[in-house]
Structure formats: structure tokens, C-alpha cells
Design a protein around this ligand. Structure first.
Ligand code: NAP
Length: 303
């Protein structure tokens, strides 16, 4: 029996692991894919994490993971399919039928990329449609690409791609961006990026691979020739398996404040998967620490 099972090995989960090790709590981190450090590894550069500016997301993720390992983190590779609480004990069940029991759970499973849900998207995924500019950008050297979205991810992706591609269209459905002012400024001053506002994607067209994107631009149908389409239209919480277990908000985020406390005593939520206004590495890392504090209190009061 563990004191704590942490679900997810992104910044929130790894930070929780570091704090759990220092509090000498018997802890295991369950991760779907061994060696992951979460979505941060898909960011080209992170400039807003105190003391470690300019790191690539991948390098930062590796540092987080190495830190957790140095303090003795134990990992279990497997996809969680069910979480139950019977009496005061939590049982986490995996796709391989293995089970882990613990006195408390820290749920830090993060989010995944939202899809456009338009014609051609599923058909051309991996054939010109991508959800990760860091992973796939290099395939578009000297080519034309379109980035869809108006948040930090889309702006960052457009900047990254402008260093490889010949031309980058940045397509946003409204007339103003949601992303940070500093990224907007960089995007606007990058010659290779052409911003197209009030433009809603309606179809992805291709033969074997993508060759065009159809949009409604200012209400009129437009066809844009492009070799690749990078979809960056936000994220969806990984909370499907929690539906009947813990209270979620209308978008599926686990309802919890900074202390991570949820509607189920002993079940804490950390990182992007919980209700919060700022989803950043720094807030995820802070959630991990706060959750261990809450879990420690919970375990010590219960025993
Ligand atoms: P986001 O902030 O939710 O932005 C999603 C964008 O996609 C919005 O502009 C939205 O348009 C657009 N969109 C949503 N559905 C669409 C659809 N069906 N068709 C066309 N456009 C659609 O998502 P994000 O950019 O992935 O960022 C997620 C979180 O991570 C944010 O809190 C962000 O600050 C953070 N983040 C931070 C950094 C950093 O600090 N370095 C980097 C990446 C992400 P509307 O604006 O019209 O809603």
C-alpha cells in the first residue's frame, strides 16, 4: 500500500513527487508512457519559468524528471482505466488489470489537444495535419504551412515554423488574439508570417497529402494553398474516467482550488486538469507542491 499515487508525470506530477520524497511519503507515479514529462516537452522554448529562461520545453521536462528521479521517484507505466474509493482506500486500476492501492491520489493527468472537427481533418492527420509543431515542423523546411488558433500555442507554433518554412499563415477565427502581448508582437514583426483574422477553417483538402485549407474569411469562402496545417485550438482535460467519481466543471476540468482539494476527500487535482485561470508550468509545479501539503494533512489526520 502506498501513501500516495500520483497520476501523470508532467510538471505537476513530477513536482508532487519531489515534495512527496522530501516528506518521506511512499509514493508512485503512474504514467501512460514511460519517460514522459508532459505537454511541456512540445514547447520549443520556455521563457517564463523563473531562473530557467530560454530552455527548450524538452530540456526543461528532462530536468524536472531527473530531479524527481534523483530524490527517489518510483514510476509505473500503464494507462489508468478506473479509480475507486472503497472505505478510506483508493484503488487505481490499469488497462493491464494491475492495481495500485493508496491512501491518497494526486490527479495530474493534464490535457490533450482539441481537434477542429472539420472535413478532411481525420483523413489527413499525419499526412499534413499536425498537432505538434515542435515534433513535425522540420518536415516543412522551405514549404508553406498554416497554423490555426489564436492562443499562446498557435502564436508560438507560428514563430517556430517561421524559422523553417518559407511562408506561415496564422489563421484565427476572431479579429483579436487570445495569446500574450509579447508573442503577438513577435508574430507581427516576423515577415514570413501572414496573419489572417476572422477566418474560420471549414475543410482540409488534399490528394495523398494536404494541399489546401478552405476557410470562411469575413464570411466568404476562401481556398489557401498549403503543404501543412498545424492545429493549435486549445486543449481538453484528460478527465473522462472521472465523470462519475469527482465533481467536474462544464468543460470537464476537476473542480479544485490551489490546495488541490476536490469533492472526494483524499483525491487531489494538480496542474492543467484542474479549474484555474492560468495554465502554465509555474502554476502546475506549484499545484504539485500544494497537493502534497494537502495530502500529507489528509493522511496524518486520518491515521
Ligand atoms: P487557448 O488559449 O485555449 O487558445 C485556443 C485558441 O484556439 C483560441 O484562440 C480559440 O479561439 C481557438 N479555437 C478554439 N476552438 C477553435 C475552433 N474550433 N476553430 C478555430 N479556432 C478555435 O489554447 P492554447 O493556446 O493551447 O493555450 C492553452 C493554455 O496553455 C493557455 O493558458 C496558455 O496561456 C498556456 N500556454 C502557455 C505558453 C507559454 O506561456 N509559453 C505556451 C503555450 C500555451 P478564441 O480566441 O476565439 O476562443
Amino acid at each position: 500500500m502506498y501513501d500516495i499515487v500520483i497520476i501523470g508525470s508532467g510538471p505537476a506530477g513530477l513536482s508532487a513527487s519531489v515534495y512527496a520524497s522530501r516528506a518521506q511519503l511512499k509514493t508512485v507515479i503512474a504514467e501512460k508512457v514511460y519517460g514522459s514529462a508532459g505537454q511541456i516537452t512540445e514547447s520549443e522554448q520556455v521563457d517564463n519559468y523563473l531562473g530557467l529562461w530560454g530552455e527548450s520545453g524538452y530540456a526543461l521536462g528532462e530536468k524536472f524528471r531527473t530531479h524527481a528521479i534523483k530524490l527517489g521517484a518510483e514510476f509505473y507505466e500503464g494507462e489508468v482505466v478506473e479509480i475507486k474509493k472503497i472505505g478510506s482506500i483508493f484503488t487505481v486500476e490499469f488497462a493491464d488489470k494491475n492495481k495500485i492501492e493508496a491512501k491518497a491520489v494526486i490527479y495530474a493527468a493534464g490535457t490533450y489537444r482539441r481537434k477542429l472537427e472539420i472535413k478532411g481533418e481525420a483523413e489527413f492527420t499525419g499526412k499534413g495535419v499536425s498537432y505538434c509543431a515542435v515534433c513535425d515542423g522540420a518536415f516543412y523546411k522551405d514549404k508553406t504551412v498554416a497554423v490555426i488558433g489564436g492562443g499562446d500555442t498557435a502564436l508560438g507554433d507560428a514563430l517556430l515554423l517561421s524559422r523553417m518554412a518559407d511562408k506561415v499563415y496564422l489563421i484565427h477565427r476572431r479579429n483579436e488574439f487570445r495569446g500574450s502581448a509579447s508573442l503577438q508582437e513577435k508574430v507581427r514583426s516576423t515577415e514570413k508570417i501572414e496573419i489572417i483574422l476572422n477566418s474560420v477553417p471549414i475543410e482540409i483538402i488534399g490528394n495523398i497529402n494536404v494541399n489546401a485549407l478552405k476557410t470562411l474569411h469575413d464570411g466568404k469562402e476562401e481556398k489557401l494553398s498549403t503543404d501543412g496545417i498545424f492545429v493549435a485550438v486549445g486543449t481538453i482535460p484528460n478527465s473522462g474516467l472521472l465523470k462519475d467519481f469527482v465533481k467536474l466543471d462544464k468543460n470537464g476540468y476537476v473542480i479544485a482550488d490551489e490546495d488541490g482539494i476536490t469533492s472526494v476527500p483524499g483525491f487531489f487535482a494538480a496542474g492543467d486538469v484542474r479549474t484555474k485561470s492560468l495554465r502554465q508550468v509555474v502554476t502546475a509545479v506549484s499545484d504539485g507542491a500544494n497537493c502534497i501539503y494537502s495530502a500529507e494533512e489528509f493522511i496524518s489526520k486520518k491515521i
